[in-house]
Design a protein. Sequence first.
Length: 181
Amino acid sequence: MKIYTKTGDGGETSLFGGQRVPKSELRVEAYGAVDEVNSMIGVVLATPPSGFMTELLTAIQADLFSIGALLASPEPDKVANALSKADIPAERVGALEDVIDRVEQELPPLTAFVMPGGTPKAAQLHLARTHCRRAERTVVALHSAESVDRVILTYLNRLSDLLFMLARLANFEAGEPDRTW
């Protein structure tokens, strides 16, 4: 199978289920923004030190693939079989919250706004956080126009919080203090 099909050369793409839409459609923007977050997490995983939250971050990447599939499926009943592994249960949000709570206990309390940066790992986590916030805003806009499962909105909101905390943790573990504003 070739990677290029030439079917998108005119500015259209197929949603999951076969519907053709312009590549500028909000639904395409939403799952594209989620894909950007997933790619940024891939960059985080590739940035030394290795082993930093690898299991958590790879699980999040799987969640983001599921969210992308759900967002790319305007008629999920038509592709229910294919979406069977794309479920995001509310417990996944709870799991993110548990990690945030554990990390927060390890870190000095926040007393000011934290500037993005520090170690390369932390800087990449901050960048992933900003991509996540953009994805969240795009999904919120889609939700204003059509139905989006609320767990997706909650997940993305909590994920950006987690990425912020992981950036702080990466700096803390490296002995790099938070730079504040």
